[in-house]
Design a protein around this ligand. Sequence first.
Ligand SMILES: NC(=O)c1ccc[n+]([C@@H]2O[C@H](COP(=O)([O-])OP(=O)(O)OC[C@H]3O[C@@H](n4cnc5c(N)ncnc54)[C@H](O)[C@@H]3O)[C@@H](O)[C@H]2O)c1
Length: 465
Amino acid sequence: MLHLQVFGWYVLIKGKHMSKNTSANRESEPSSHVSRRDFVKASSAVVAGSALISCKAAPRAYAQGSDTIRVGLIGCGGRGTGAAGQALNADEGVVIWAMGDAFADRLERSKKNLVQHAGDRVNVPADRSFTGFDAYQNVIDSDVDVVILATPPHFRPAHLAASVDAGKHTFCEKPMAVDGPGVRSVIDSVKKAKEKNLNLMSGFCWRYSLPERETYRRIHDGAIGDVHCVHTTYHTGTLGQYARKPEWSDTEWQMRNWWHFNWLSGDHIVEQSCHSVDKINWAMQNETPLRATGLGGREVREGPESGNVFDHFAVIYEYPNGARCFNTCRQMPRCSNDNSDYIYGSDGTCMVNGWAPKHIITGKNAWSYDGPTANMYQVEHNELMKALRSGRVINDGDYMTQSTMMSIIGRMAAYTGQTVEWDDAMNSNERLGPSTYGWNDLEVVPVPVPGKSRVIKPQIDESTT
Ligand SMILES: NC(=O)c1ccc[n+]([C@@H]2O[C@H](COP(=O)([O-])OP(=O)(O)OC[C@H]3O[C@@H](n4cnc5c(N)ncnc54)[C@H](O)[C@@H]3O)[C@@H](O)[C@H]2O)c1
């Protein structure tokens, strides 16, 4: 039996938002205890990136050039529109068939852009254009084959559960959740997708970047020996804002500026630096860390419009073999920027900067990448459509869930100032955000204070684990 242990002001504030098991949040309810062992078991099968499942009961294969692949887009902002365009580029049989967004203006803007790009292959009449909080379900129910999930990550677990329950192949933008209950829901969806032989591709796009794939493959093959330390950085500028309009409710204002509110984004270590946390996970061959300690705060963000997210984090992940890995991320203007991976091994060092681009190994097996490059966002959709055509199944579920959870435990450690054990974070009952959704008043939870805020963790009855 799980008992909720609640202490500290942050928890009490969060407690106000704790789930009441309404239909809106039921998918995110904690199901069962998930231990580090469960992750280790799952990850040992998947070290190089995607798991290609060779399936006996293959899903429907779409014949090249004949069958149409109907794509439904949920979340029609920058990334969703980009992903839909890449799906169209990937295969000439792809059509955009249904679209959904919380807001009509976002949907119409996206549709216009996509029509400019692909003309009548964007076949989304008014009765397949949906807005509001239930738009996702309407898109899924519109006889689509593939669903692209690209809303703010708070909504992802429920949207993914609905997509997989309906038997849809899914492209799921990162991160996959913002809290422990969300991650546990995603774990359930990943399992169901495997059982149903559904493609489940993650938006952790560096796993689809050709130079990164070759570099990390070499690291896994021992090019720098045993990896004992990884430092990844996401040091970048600050966030933009949409000025509040008088007619906007609190919810609308927060959702239009979602990256400033931790219930929607998970904070920037989860929303943005999860790419760099995923690189740690990749370098460590998807080994699960034991625990995390984090520093962080809000030095330069100010004013209500900047919500309640931190502007810097530094997190230390400890591994069973003694390795220590670090992610540092910062969103501040006029500071030095860096988005790199530094990987230290017993026989050498590797430095990766995907944007530069630089992929360099020094030491015993000195090497640098000079192979082909390709737009990783396009590669994702090329591989997804190719898998659909051939009847193969890609399932990125294990590493995408683990890297999301690693980012969340980093945030928990920094918010609380505590060292947080993996299993406590994984089974935490802290659920960010309201339990029902509407265009109404919505208080902004105060910025967490290390040393005062606490992780909400269930007390585990050991006999049930
Ligand atoms: N892989 C990458 O490199 C990459 C790059 C950018 C963004 N992303 C991810 O993509 C996601 C979207 O980011 P973005 O930059 O496109 O943001 P965005 O604000 O441009 O788009 C999000 C869209 O979702 C809509 N939306 C919000 N809540 C919704 C709901 N409940 N139902 C339906 N629609 C809803 C918004 O109105 C908006 O149009 C985020 O998870 C982000 O982290 C990934």
